[in-house]
Design a binder for this molecule. Structure first.
Ligand code: ATP
Length: 276
């Protein structure tokens, strides 16, 4: 499988072309194009109901599409063999909204689920790997034996992230990872994402409504509107965009309350976070 090169010479780990998705008479995505490049954190935004979750679920093959091509790590999902498709699946990690851990399983068992599905490893090795992931996301070692109901919201997000990282993916999808966290917890989570990207070379596709995350850790932002990607680029492009929704989103009252957002450096998002 050859990696796809975008028009800017960067490797696109996810490339979507002409994607159309609908339900009955309702068209949600119409001829949508999108590239996500290796090593970047892409923030994906759009009005509520615009189709952000539908796009993510379609890319993950959880929803059918009417037309369009999806390439992951250079491979056309539709054209590869079942075995190659399964290999590709191991290179994607997903953190669904609200964590979505299995409540009857401990954190360790949740993290080991993808390992059980895709790898055949002795138990002792799976335990070691699970504790490595637990450490990686900043949870204490004893969190492994806890059930989701015994964890705080922030710990659940971290545990879900550890599960998303279970198979050492190239690309992780995060669906509103900071929703429900207090500003400090959200800032710490953003810092964790940035650190993992820097240390593991992860590529991150992050659906978010969180302006602080967009301002502090995202390298590029894509805006979903009118059933397609309306505008994509760095924050400066969003601030210069004349579309009414983009303008009110990035230059509205809440956005203006974020101090010095253009100068905010990675790893210091806690300092820049709004408190509302
Ligand atoms: N399985 C489905 N069957 C029918 N309609 C659906 C289905 N899934 C989503 N939709 C519709 O598709 C549209 C886009 O939904 P989606 O959940 O992707 O929005 P979103 O941008 O993620 O919104 P939010 O930011 O509120 O989470 C909505 O009108 C929704 O009702």
């Amino acid at each position: 499988m050859e990696p796809l090169e975008g028009s800017n010479g960067r490797e696109a780990v996810l490339s979507v072309r002409g994607l159309t998705v609908g339900f009955g008479d309702k068209l949600v995505l119409d001829n949508l194009d999108l590239d996500v490049y290796r090593g970047e954190i892409l923030g994906f935004v759009g009005a509520s109901g615009a189709g952000k979750s539908v796009l993510m679920r379609t890319v993950l093959r959880l929803l059918p599409r009417r037309s369009g091509q999806i390439h992951i790590l250079g491979a056309d999902y539709d054209a590869v063999s079942a075995e190659e498709r399964s290999n590709l699946d191991t290179r994607l990690g997903v953190l669904f909204q609200h964590g979505a851990l299995f409540s009857a399983l401990t954190v360790k068992e949740n993290i080991q689920l993808p390992m059980r599905e895709y790898l055949k490893l002795p138990k002792v090795l799976m335990d070691e790997l699970a504790y490595l992931k637990i450490q990686m996301v900043g949870l204490p070692a004893d969190a492994g034996d806890k059930y989701p109901s015994e964890l705080s919201g922030g710990m659940i997000k971290r545990a879900a992230l550890a599960r998303a990282l279970a198979l050492d993916p190239d690309l992780v999808f995060l669906d509103e990872p900071t929703s429900g966290l207090d500003p400090i917890g959200a800032a710490e989570f953003d810092d964790l994402i940035a650190r993992l990207r820097d240390t593991l070379g992860l590529t991150v596709y992050m659906v978010t409504h969180d302006l602080d995350s967009l301002f502090s850790v995202c390298d590029r932002i894509a805006v979903l509107g009118q059933k397609r990607v309306l505008v994509e680029g760095p924050l400066t492009d969003m601030l210069a965009c004349d579309d009414a929704w983009v303008k009110s989103y990035f230059r509205g009252k809440r956005a203006r309350s974020i101090p010095k957002h253009q100068d905010t450096t990675r790893g210091s998002s806690a300092n820049a976070r709004t408190s509302d």
